[in-house]
Design a protein around this ligand. Structure first.
Ligand SMILES: Nc1ncnc2c1ncn2[C@@H]1O[C@H](COP(=O)(O)OP(=O)(O)OP(=O)(O)O)[C@@H](O)[C@H]1O
Ligand SMILES: [Mg+2]
Length: 314
């Protein structure tokens, strides 16, 4: 990613999708916290919500009801692919910078919002299109954000759908997530080949890179279970390139949804803030260097679990 606001006018934004076929792993929570943390560091950021449930928008206080439905990304997607005159993305997006009002040096935070009926209709329109329509989001919509934001973070639905293909094709980088539950690893493993196949499927137009996996809702080291260790180690051994920083299970992260301010904004100096800060640093380091130089989490020792279990028993 370029330095904050450096040569804004020419550089298209860096686009990162947060994706997994598995539901409930923390895609939305991760999207909004990463976006806010980047904006708190001075970047101008847009959260793009491709999820019909529209939770990324509502986590930032943007909900499309009544007349506001006309500002759904779902409508812009439908009109664009059908060659019908469409609103510009800069006309439909919301300025949610107020979420970061306590941070004077923060950049702008925008939301390109979703709404269920219009986004589901967009999904159905793309199902009937040839694969050549898949770069539409990148080519026709995100291209309008050059000079407007430094970075776009895309929240995606938990499925293999036309919307997921749009998100991956639109991205420069794709992040995935695992939890201490075996089924989540499968969702992450399915994603990596999809990202890698995109260049060929779009004849070189879209070239997303797989950026790594985040272990989310993990237990603290002192309470690590055999399952935490087994899953973390399968992420390492399976080439999912887990980040060194995990995001721990923390009710401050889940409760922040109700306050319309993500945990990193409300608890910057506490555990959630520190973890997202470290994660953003790792993400920026990976973006700025070739994959062989990336710092990747090492396997965890099983003896850690035994020690923790003994201390719980004691
Ligand atoms: N680190 C965490 N600590 C505590 N709760 C978390 C954490 N991460 C996510 N959650 C909670 O887990 C639930 C699922 O998270 P989230 O909605 O972000 O997942 P998702 O992958 O976007 O789900 P979906 O697939 O339905 O879109 C939410 O209730 C969220 O608040
Ligand atoms: Mg979600």
């Amino acid at each position: 990613m370029p330095d904050q606001r450096a040569e804004d006018e020419e550089n298209p934004p860096t686009v990162i999708a947060v994706a997994s076929q598995k539901g409930g792993v923390g895609k939305t929570v991760t999207t909004v916290n990463l976006a806010c943390r980047l904006a708190m560091a001075g970047y101008d950021v847009a959260v793009l919500d491709l999820e019909p449930q529209a939770q990324a928008g509502s986590a930032l206080g943007v909900e499309l009801t009544g007349d506001l439905i006309r500002r759904s990304l779902g409508l812009v997607l439908q009109h664009t692919v059908q060659n019908v005159p469409s609103a510009a993305v800069t006309e439909i997006m919301f300025d949610a910078s107020e979420v970061l009002s306590q941070y004077e040096d923060a950049g702008k935070l925008f939301v390109i919002a979703s709404e269920e009926s219009t986004m589901t209709a967009a999904q159905n329109v793309f199902i009937t299109q040839p694969f050549t329509a898949t770069p539409t989001l990148r080519r026709m919509i995100l291209s309008q954000l050059t000079g407007v934001v430094d970075c776009v973070i895309i929240d995606t639905p938990p499925a293999v759908s036309s919307l997921n293909a749009l998100a991956i094709a639109a991205s420069d980088y794709v992040l995935t997530l695992c939890n201490p539950e075996y089924q989540t690893v499968k969702g992450a493993f399915l994603l990596k080949p999809t990202v890698e196949a995109m260049a060929e499927l779009t004849r070189g137009e879209c070239t997303p890179s797989y950026l790594g996996s985040i272990f989310n809702i993990s237990n603290p080291e002192s309470k690590r279970t055999n399952q935490d260790v087994a899953i973390h180690n399968s992420m390492v051994r399976g080439g999912l390139l887990p980040f060194v920083t995990d995001i721990r299970k923390d009710t401050r992260i889940s409760e922040s949804y109700l306050h319309k301010r993500p945990a990193v904004v409300r608890y910057l100096k506490h555990a959630p803030g520190k973890q997202y800060t470290a994660l953003v640093e790792e993400i920026l380091e990976r973006i700025g260097s070739p994959a062989p130089e990336w710092k990747v989490a090492a396997e965890w020792a099983e003896s850690d679990v035994e020690a923790a279990e003994e201390s719980v028993d004691a």
